[in-house]
Design a protein around this ligand. Structure first.
Ligand SMILES: *[C@@H]1O[C@H](CO)[C@@H](O)[C@H](O)[C@H]1NC(C)=O
Ligand SMILES: *[C@@H]1O[C@H](CO)[C@@H](O)[C@H](O)[C@H]1NC(C)=O
Ligand SMILES: *[C@@H]1O[C@H](CO)[C@@H](O)[C@H](O)[C@H]1NC(C)=O
Ligand SMILES: CC(=O)N[C@H]1CO[C@H](CO)[C@@H](O)[C@@H]1O
Length: 472
């Protein structure tokens, strides 16, 4: 906001137009280099030593989250448009693999990318109450760009045999104490050494597990970057320590929306940079309560964690300014020491060209099609005095150039990525100036009446590797 005011002033003076032009993020062209899919029906068998309860998923996704053990008891329909359902019915046998909320390119010992990636599955069916019979796991996936498919090479299920988690687990009194979608909502993944660090949304919490076995090694609460009396921690309504008080008593303090925890988490060296998906809820200027804002726009907190000492870096807090209130971030990874990539999105889904007419919503159009799906290049080293990182440039994921017809779902040389939740971004091959982006398929987005596959795309974005050069 301030920069655009400065621009108007400079324009009035008829000077410094070049400086102005760079104040707004530049649009970079993204060209499709690879496209691959994992069928939405992909399922994983549960480990032989996991409770048999987990051989079925989705018993609690019906009305009121009350259980129903009958396979296929409920249709899978969009919340906003109940007429629009997918081909699947719930509960189903085994565990759904699809729905990835974080990605990390696997590199060889020379730092060259392989065609393998770590991905983490989201917590199941979307929330704490309907994901009780979902297991938590991450996977090593192999992409075959020629066959346009990706396959699961290995799945690592999370378990807390050593009782590192300080609250009662769903599987408390079981041999291995596997973690479930009622315990955590796993959203971001960073391998460091032989550990994998996972960002959660219920606490929000940070969890360290063994990269090879998934055994929990450490557990960390989130400090409140604001000095708010009585609120030393960031807590969402799903934090384990919260419970509803008696009717006449005040509500307990919590300061983050549900499902707005560590959706993204970048890494540089031994430091993690967890990024909250939603703004903190803070004390307003006149005794009111409000979401944190700057010049009328919500912003998100980036924290810093030292994995060598396993402590939060106190006093550190950068801020990510959203383009619009209500937008969310999907993932965050670094390109170099100063630059990161952040996915920012609206909550809409569906092809913009297939929008419903106002007041005429039915199952064959999108009631709220995708409008804002972007990957931002940010500069952390250019943060202003208030800690706001600089949004340098962006890629419009609704306008991916596909001149060579790489993807079978491109139309007129353009691929759109109109999914509600796009939650995976990382550098793929820095030398070839490519990045990798994936959707968190929560069963909808591209095709009406059908659960969409998980898609990953390799995008050539030279502007992201040159600080925005060549972008307009
Ligand atoms: C479970 O769903 C089936 C199929 O819709 C229904 O017939 C049955 O009554 C349900 N059971 C319970 C306990 O709600
Ligand atoms: C996708 O996830 C969002 C947020 O969790 C939820 O509101 C929406 O209903 C889901 N869509 C479908 C089709 O399940
Ligand atoms: C559904 O709505 C769209 C746009 O609102 C309209 O063009 C189409 O004819 C409708 N289809 C049905 C089956 O009503
Ligand atoms: C009564 C009053 O002035 N309320 C204001 C308190 O501050 C918030 C946030 O700036 C405003 O939105 C309210 O209007």
């Amino acid at each position: 906001m301030e920069s655009s005011r400065a621009c108007v002033l400079a324009a009035l003076l008829g000077a410094l137009l070049a400086v102005c032009a760079s104040a707004q993020p530049l649009k970079c062209t993204a060209t499709l280099k690879g496209w691959a899919r994992l069928p939405s029906s992909a399922k994983a068998k549960v480990p032989h030593n996991a409770p048999s309860f987990f051989r079925t998923t989705g018993r609690f996704s019906g009305p009121g989250n009350r259980r129903n053990d009958t396979l296929g008891a409920f249709a899978n329909c969009a919340a906003a448009n109940p007429g629009r359902c997918t081909q699947y019915r719930i509960p189903f046998a085994d565990q759904a693999v699809q729905g990835f909320s974080g990605i990390k390119t696997i590199r060889d010992s020379n730092g060259k990318p392989t065609d393998e990636f770590w991905v983490i599955s989201d917590n199941g069916l979307g929330n704490k109450r309907n994901s009780i019979d979902s297991m938590l796991f991450f996977h090593r996936m192999k992409v075959d760009w020629k066959k346009q498919s990706f396959s699961r090479e290995k799945s690592v299920f999370l378990y807390d045999k050593d009782r590192k988690v300080p609250f009662t687990l769903r599987n408390e009194e079981t041999g291995n104490r596997f973690l479930s979608g009622a315990d955590f909502d796993t959203e971001s993944i960073q391998p460091i050494g032989d550990s994998v660090w996972i960002g959660d949304e219920f606490g929000p919490f940070l969890i360290e597990v063994s990269a090879s076995s998934g055994r929990v090694r450490s557990f960390h609460e989130t400090p409140n970057p604001n000095d708010t009396p009585g609120q030393p921690l960031v807590r969402s309504p799903d934090h384990d320590a919260l419970q509803l008080p008696n009717p006449e008593a005040p509500m307990p303090a919590f300061n983050l929306k549900r499902s707005k925890g560590f959706e993204g988490m970048a890494r540089w060296g031994n430091f993690l940079y967890p990024l909250l998906e939603g703004p903190l809820y803070v004390n307003g200027p006149n005794g009111s309560r409000m979401y944190e804002m700057h010049d009328g726009l919500e912003y998100l907190r980036i924290l810093k964690f030292d994995t060598t000492t396993k402590t939060w870096v106190s006093g550190f807090s950068l801020k990510y300014p959203l383009d619009a209130n209500g937008n969310a971030i999907g993932d965050f990874n670094m390109i170099d020491e100063a630059h990161g990539m952040v996915l920012e999105r609206d909550n809409n889904e569906g092809e913009p060209s297939m929008a419903c007419s106002p007041g005429a919503i039915n199952a064959s159009c999108w009631e709220a099609p995708a409008r804002f799906k972007r990957a931002y290049l940010i500069d952390l080293s250019a943060a202003d005095a208030d800690g706001f990182v600089k949004k340098v440039a962006y890629v419009d994921l609704l306008d991916i150039k596909d001149p060579d017809g790489v993807s079978p779902v491109s139309k007129g040389g353009v691929l759109t990525f109109p999914f509600q939740t796009i939650e995976d971004i990382d550098v793929y091959d820095a030398e070839a100036q490519t990045i990798i982006v994936g959707n968190d398929n929560n069963f909808s987005g591209r095709t009406l009446g059908k659960a969409d596959d998980n898609e990953v795309v390799a995008l050539h974005v030279p502007g992201f590797f040159t600080g925005g050069q060549g972008c307009e």
